[in-house]
Structures are given as C-alpha cells and as structure tokens.
Design a protein around this ligand. Structure first.
Ligand SMILES: [Zn+2]
Length: 89
C-alpha cells in the first residue's frame, strides 16, 4: 500500500530547520522501536556501515548504547556469514 495523500500537517511544529538530513541525535532503532537487530537484515546493517566497511561510531550515527551494541553483534555475525564485507576497498 502506498500512502496516497495521507495525513498532512503534523501537530508538532517546534522543529528548527537546521542540518541537512539524518543529523538527529535520536537513535533510529529507538525511533522504530526495534528490539532485536537481525543480522539477516543486510540492508539495515549496511546503512550503518560507511564505505570502508567499518561500523559507524555512535557519535556520528546517534545510535544509543543499547542498540549500538546489538548492531555490532549483528554486523559481526553478518560478516561471518559473508553477508557484508569486512573491508571494502
Ligand atoms: Zn536505541
């Protein structure tokens, strides 16, 4: 289903327009209410791995400690299964 002309105009309007995009300090997993990070979800993992294949630090990603840890575990597992690369070069 595609949201065709769904709800418009959010109640909260106190959002300063600073920063380009994806610069929020909120953990995206918390926002999505992700409790378990699946190592099979390659797409999600790849989003946390910038080009070099390293895991993006919390500082940059804004991921909270809890989720960062789960993410790390998931990434490591995915690497072992060769779902994602150790190093991209
Ligand atoms: Zn979180």
């Amino acid at each position: 289903m595609r949201g065709a002309g769904a709800s418009r105009g959010k109640p909260k309007t106190d959002r300063p327009r600073r920063g380009m995009f994806r610069r929020k300090r909120v953990c995206r997993f918390c926002v999505d209410k992700v409790e378990f990070i699946d190592y099979k979800e390659v797409r999600m993992l790849i989003a946390s791995i910038p080009e070099r294949g390293k895991i993006q630090p919390r500082r940059l990603s804004g991921t909270c400690a809890k989720h960062q840890r789960k993410l790390q575990t998931a990434i490591k597992r995915a690497r072992q299964l060769a779902l994602i690369p150790y190093v991209t070069d």
